[in-house]
Ligand binder design. Structure first.
Ligand code: DOR
Length: 434
């Protein structure tokens, strides 16, 4: 394995920053010092002016394999992740068939072995994500699956969710909920409010999300099992999580980059690129999510990267599937919110999500390395070099993802990954896949 020297950057520790070079040997960090000599034959990554920190971890990636390979595959999604600066992603289970058994989980894990970044898997909570019968959570946990969710929808029946939480607790795994009460959200295609009324589109009310957050917090209180809240989109949802945490409950939450960036007004042109569940909300919600992220009340930015084939996304707003791409631009959006706070930036994109997804420990999952930890001698070399000042224009046809449904097309964004090292191997350098 070739030595790698990351030279000239600023290392971002969890509580401090340090101007230092980083030497990587045999997949681990071998040395950190202000100025290291270049070992003969080493691959040198120029990190001048850049932040060097743990590779980003995406808790929430739809890789679409098996079943929807026309939109994304494990390999193409992993390429998009590498361009975005991610060293690990968690593949969501709303595939076809769903990842609701050890067999399908193993299939995706096997596909991930050849991918550019590490691929962990989230298993479904219920069989077929139908919400009626518990999936074999213990069988999947035995393979190293640590996160379980029916994402795409939440578990609607509180009795099923109570059973899942009770069952999951001794296994040491975390349940993650897509919070939307489907009865209340039924038929809605965008945020319910005066914008939806004006456009003549039916709404998904904020309360559909908030009611489920309330219900789930109470089920966590009852069972003591940890719960992670996926893509929270309203100010009140975040407040509910804040209060639950103050009560000492084991709850965490994420926000998606699109909810940090766009409000509902972008739906005005009926472009289904902006259709997503939960929907884009009000400007007040966007401001509240941004403030909560800066304050450290949000544990992670997670992409909800949701590739869809053009023939589906080009349908009328009412008929198109919800979801938008995120992996290649989430770090730029996060940079925009966090400003010049690299410690908070790495907390949101790497250290926070890695802890929630149980990716911090090297040995917890078979044949995986540790992510989101310290940049320290002996640690697995999963590192990103991020140029916080790089301004670029998004071009939807220049993406690594198979799909093109990015909401950022044509926009100028600032901050992007210059280089990425996964398990000691450079996967991205000078912004190009190696
Ligand atoms: O908009 C969404 N799309 N929200 C989800 O939760 C699922 C996702 C998808 O899989 O397309």
């Amino acid at each position: 394995m070739t030595d790698v020297l990351i030279a000239g950057g600023t290392v971002i520790h969890h509580d401090a920053t340090e101007r230092a070079d980083v030497l990587i040997r045999d997949g681990r960090v071998a040395d950190i010092a202000p100025s290291l000599a270049r070992p003969a034959g080493a691959h040198v990554i120029d990190a001048d002016g850049c932040w060097v920190g743990p590779g980003f971890v995406d808790l929430h990636t739809h890789l679409r394999e098996p079943g929807r390979e026309e939109a994304e595959t494990v390999a193409s999604g992993a390429r998009a992740a590498a361009v975005g600066g991610y060293s690990a992603v968690v593949a969501m289970p709303n595939t076809e068939p769903a990842i609701d058994s050890a067999m399908v989980a193993q299939f995706v894990l096997d596909r991930g072995r050849d991918a550019l970044v590490e691929v962990a898997v989230a298993g479904a909570i219920t069989v077929g994500r139908q919400g009626t019968h518990l999936a074999p959570i213990a069988d999947m946990a035995a393979l190293g699956v640590r996160l379980f969710t029916d994402d795409g929808t939440g578990v609607q029946d509180p009795l099923i969710l109570r059973r899942a939480l009770t069952y999951a607790r001794p296994l040491g795994v975390t349940l993650a909920e897509h919070c939307e009460d489907e009865a209340l959200a039924a038929g809605g295609v965008m945020n319910e409010g005066h914008v939806s009324s004006r456009l003549g589109l039916s709404g998904r009310p904020a309360l559909a999300e908030e009611l489920m957050v309330m219900r789930d917090i109470e089920l966590v209180r009852l069972t003591g099992c940890p719960m992670h809240f996926l893509h929270l989109s309203t100010a009140r949802s975040i407040d509910l999580v804040r209060k639950a945490r103050a009560d000492g409950l084991p709850v965490t939450c994420e926000v998606a980059p699109h909810h940090l960036f766009f409000d509902e007004s972008v739906c005005e042109h009926y472009d289904a690129l902006f259709k997503v569940h939960p929907p884009l909300r009000t400007r007040g919600d966007v401001d509240a999510l941004q403030a909560a992220l800066r304050q450290g009340d949000v544990d992670a930015v997670a992409t909800d990267h949701a590739p869809h084939a053009p023939e589906l996304k080009d349908l009328p707003f009412d008929d198109a599937p919800p979801g938008m791409l995120g992996l290649e631009h989430a770090a730029s959006i996060t940079r925009g919110v966090m400003g010049d706070d690299p410690i908070g930036f790495f907390r949101a994109l790497s250290r926070g999500p890695a802890a929630i997804a149980h990716l911090r420990a090297r040995d917890e999952r078979p044949r995986h390395t540790a992510h989101g930890g310290d940049v320290a001698v002996g640690e697995d070399a999963n590192l990103v070099v991020f140029d916080a000042a790089d301004t670029y224009r998004v071009e939807r046809h220049g993406l690594q993802s198979r799909a093109h449904n990015t909401p950022y097309d044509g926009l100028e964004l600032t901050g992007r990954a210059r280089a990425l090292v996964v398990r000691g191997i450079p996967r991205l350098d000078q912004g190009q896949l190696t």
